[in-house]
Ligand binder design. Sequence first.
Ligand code: AMP
Ligand code: MG
Length: 487
Amino acid sequence: MAFTFDNTYARLPEAFYARVAPTPVAAPSLIALNAGLAELLGLDADAIEPADAAALFSGNVVPEGAEPIALAYSGHQFGGFSPMLGDGRAILLGEVVGRDGVRRDLQLKGSGPTPFSRRGDGRSALGPVLREYLVSEAMHALGVPTTRALAAVWSGEPVYRERPVPGGVMTRVARSHIRVGTFQFFRARNDFDNLRRLLDYTARRLDPQAAEDDNPARALLAGVVGRQAELVATWMSLGFIHGVMNTDNTSISGETLDFGPCAFLDHYEPAKVFSSIDHGGRYAFNRQPSIAQWNLARLADCLIPLLDADEQRAIAIAEAVLSDFAGRFETALNRRFSEKIGAAPADDESRALVESLLQLMQRERADFTRTFHHLAGALDGDERPLLDDIEDGAALPDWLAGWRAYLARRGIGTPQAVQRMRAVNPVVIPRNHQIEAVIEAGNEGDFTPFHRLHAALQEPFVEHPDRAEYQRPPRPEEEVQATFCGT
Ligand code: AMP
Ligand code: MG
């Protein structure tokens, strides 16, 4: 049982990280090990004893070849700049090149204090571990770029939040943990040598063609802009609210990073906020594209000295690249929402139909996921579930008629539209109330609900008679009103 580590970040200068070993926990026990991901990373999950896995994925045993480090970064949190953040409760074990040839980071989260912990304990409660495991793996199954979950461990000791709660350690896998905040770290210190080194390292690792470009800073920025535009459009098309889009949680690789107070919309409400600490609604559902753009502008600020020796020219280059975001986001969003109503490629009429449907859904407080799911059924001849869900949907029959007529005009046959819709509109998403129920049971030592929900989330597009409870929206009394970082 061994990973073949091939560490490159730990070869960068000491300013990039702090060397720090995980702090052992009392009595680790394995809750989940992601066999498919383990195999991709060259590990045969079946050949590992659960006790060995628990020791490994809690940080109690540091595997051979690992070089544990906590990464340095800064970040804008809710708009305010913190020059010194860094991995306060995460430790990068090292990098593994997978069977697919892709290099990935292996990181423990909740494995003890680091020089970046400030007043934190470097630990994680079990609840956020279970949430991140479920939601990140659900996102992967939904086809969203995301960090992944390799393992979840119960530490066997409490952590102290408002009250003592069980502790956990999560093993996270990412294409890299470089964030906008990593660039901000060196820019804030006017450390241009390391800023250039970071650009060079990042480009080689994540954007090899940018590394070869005449202007690598411009090419890398363009790559990040494109990936963020696609990512946020995908989130919007699934009703996903990240909840804490700080620059330290904005990944250069374009993966969804940090599943703290994240949530999925139940009923459609564009300005919805779940996070209990997001008082101003900065990270509301419909503000995500403009926040992504703001975060990208912070990355561009950092790159100014590397874009051109002449500052005015550098600013002009940055502005030109950033201005691509809006168009790329709109195109991606229109494509995804058009597919959700069975039409591809998007055109003006599909856009107008989506717009009027969303307005209707907002008015009727229609469930975001269910409405799109039932639309396929309605096209297929059964309008009942849709009409049942949207009780006061007087406008719905008109909309349906307009939609049918549009598909017919474009020559999109019903089977074709239904197939397209079923491929993009999930039946099962990680509903907030289900996640809460899993955490509640997990805190009592019962992981059966975790495993059941996890299994359902692996097949998000499959309607399954045994999974009815995961396919329905919350009842009013079950609805989650607020989510917590739970750090
Ligand atoms: P997050 O809200 O997860 O993006 O974390 C923001 C910053 O707070 C990062 O620098 C984290 O490492 C740090 N942090 C969060 N929770 C803890 C904790 N329990 N102990 C130490 N640092 C923490
Ligand atoms: Mg974070």
